[in-house]
Design a protein around this ligand. Structure first.
Ligand SMILES: Cc1cc2nc3c(=O)[nH]c(=O)nc-3n(C[C@H](O)[C@H](O)[C@H](O)COP(=O)(O)OP(=O)(O)OC[C@H]3O[C@@H](n4cnc5c(N)ncnc54)[C@H](O)[C@@H]3O)c2cc1C
Length: 406
């Protein structure tokens, strides 16, 4: 109690205590804004540290305004990768066409940002780490909402009670499973799997992407700068999600190697590098679609609630916008009204961005020879077109000014 409060005989309202599970993109962004709104915030992350590096991800449209309001826009502009060329190769490795990347992604040159995922998470973490508690190497074991708050037991052995809990733990969210049951109900598989990893830049590539395709298979090298590493990416059509491979990196490597066994261009070298990579990231290309994003005192944000898939390039932007909208909705309301306002004001933006991709028609990754030929015709025309104005979906929400967030 401050001296003034004592003089007035007023008890200050205790800060509402909240737990955020997951320190990817949505987690630290939500922590930042909830702290601004006066909450006492704890973030628990199952990894031992923040993950650095990673693939280029986009921050576009409405999400740019979120990072500007957080004060991290200049840092992200410094980290902008500035990919200058996207070259498509035929099955034999010969060049099919080369385009300005923005004509394909719908990004706007000079405004939208493309940064390595680790650069974004580091910028978000730096913006909030002095104001909130981070618990690495731990995770929620059980959640119990039967009392007046949420009783949480952690894998590490401790127990605490929070007023609210938020799941920002990604596509395969455990928080979502606690609340709503198995992922299958909400998982919309788009028919592809992918593997990403870092390998040495023995190709002389700089600020550019090379992409090799045959029907149902794509291999890409992303050179995010002039440095010694490139990001390798292998994407392939697969009729069902390979559930057996999810918890087994060796099975993932075997599956990818089998799919690309007879592939040309630099793919044999990429497969060899994948065997040794210590940062292999393997997953399905899927969306999460849920009728509700909260239950009781627990709400979901980012991929956990509405993963759009990398085919839209909007995962990070939805996570940033969702975090801002949720925190702002809670600034001057109780959680029931706040969660309702978050859904009401954010869902249309989420839906219009998720609809940027339809099942099986991922333009960049055709699965038949005919669809590949049609895509190539479209790309050859694109190579002569100027950069785009951006897709309306990316800016389909005008960020409100919430009380105490701005
Ligand atoms: C390592 C990695 C690489 C990625 N690479 C790409 C890419 O190349 N292209 C692309 O488009 N998208 C990629 N994504 C997904 C993209 O980053 C997301 O769309 C976007 O970041 C959404 O942010 P998010 O915070 O909702 O989820 P995420 O960024 O997935 O973050 C979730 C966080 O929760 C943590 N977590 C998971 N389970 C638990 C648990 N039980 N308890 C505590 N913490 C938990 C994770 O370790 C992670 O830090 C990647 C995600 C990860 C984790």
């Amino acid at each position: 109690m401050t001296r003034t409060d004592l003089l007035r005989g007023i008890r200050p309202t205790p800060r509402r205590k909240v737990l955020i599970s997951g320190a990817g993109v949505a987690g630290p962004a939500l922590a930042f804004w909830l702290n601004r709104c006066g909450f006492a915030v704890t973030v628990v992350e199952k990894a031992g540290t923040l993950r650095s590096g990673g693939y280029p991800i986009d921050v576009r449209g409405t999400a740019l305004e979120v990072v500007r309001r957080m004060g991290i826009l200049p840092r992200l502009q410094d980290a902008h990768i500035d990919l200058r060329r996207l070259t498509f190769l035929d099955g034999d490795g010969s060049e099919m066409t080369s385009v300005n990347p923005h004509t394909v992604t719908g990004g706007v040159a000079g405004r939208d940002l493309e940064v390595r995922r680790g650069d974004l998470t580091a910028a978000l973490h730096t913006a909030v780490r002095d104001d909130v508690e981070f618990l690495f190497n731990d995770s929620i074991d059980t959640l119990d909402q039967s009392g007046h708050g949420v009783d949480v037991s952690f894998r590490g052995g401790s127990r605490r009670t929070f007023d609210l809990v938020f799941g920002t733990d990604g596509l395969h969210s455990r928080t979502r499973e606690f609340l709503f049951g198995p992922e299958e109900q909400f998982h919309r598989y788009l028919g592809y799997c992918f593997a990403g990893f870092t390998m040495r830049n023995i190709f002389g590539l700089s600020h550019e992407t090379m992409m090799w395709n045959t029907p149902g298979r794509a291999a890409a090298l992303y050179a995010v700068g002039d440095n010694d590493d490139v990001h390798a990416f292998l994407n392939f059509a697969h009729p069902e999600p390979p559930f057996d491979a999810f918890r087994n990196p060796e099975a993932q490597r075997d599956l990818v190697a089998a799919v690309f066994a007879d592939a040309g261009w630099e793919v044999p070298g990429m497969l060899a590098a994948m065997r040794d990579a210590d940062d292999l990231f393997f997953d399905v290309v899927s969306q999460i679609r849920m009728p509700r994003w909260s239950s009781g005192r627990v709400a979901l944000v980012g991929d956990a609630a509405y993963a759009p898939s990398f085919l839209t390039g909007q995962g990070s932007s939805l996570a940033l916008v969702g975090a801002y909208m949720l925190a702002g909705s809670l600034a001057d309301r109780d959680h029931t009204a706040g969660f309702a306002a978050y859904e009401h004001n954010t869902r249309e933006f989420v839906t219009v961005n998720q609809e940027q991709v339809g099942e099986g028609d991922a333009t960049l990754f055709p699965t038949t020879a005919r669809a590949l030929e049609q895509r190539n015709d479209m790309l050859r025309k694109l190579s002569t077109m100027p950069s785009t104005e951006g897709r309306p979906a990316h800016s389909a929400l005008t960020l409100p000014e919430f009380m105490s967030t701005t």
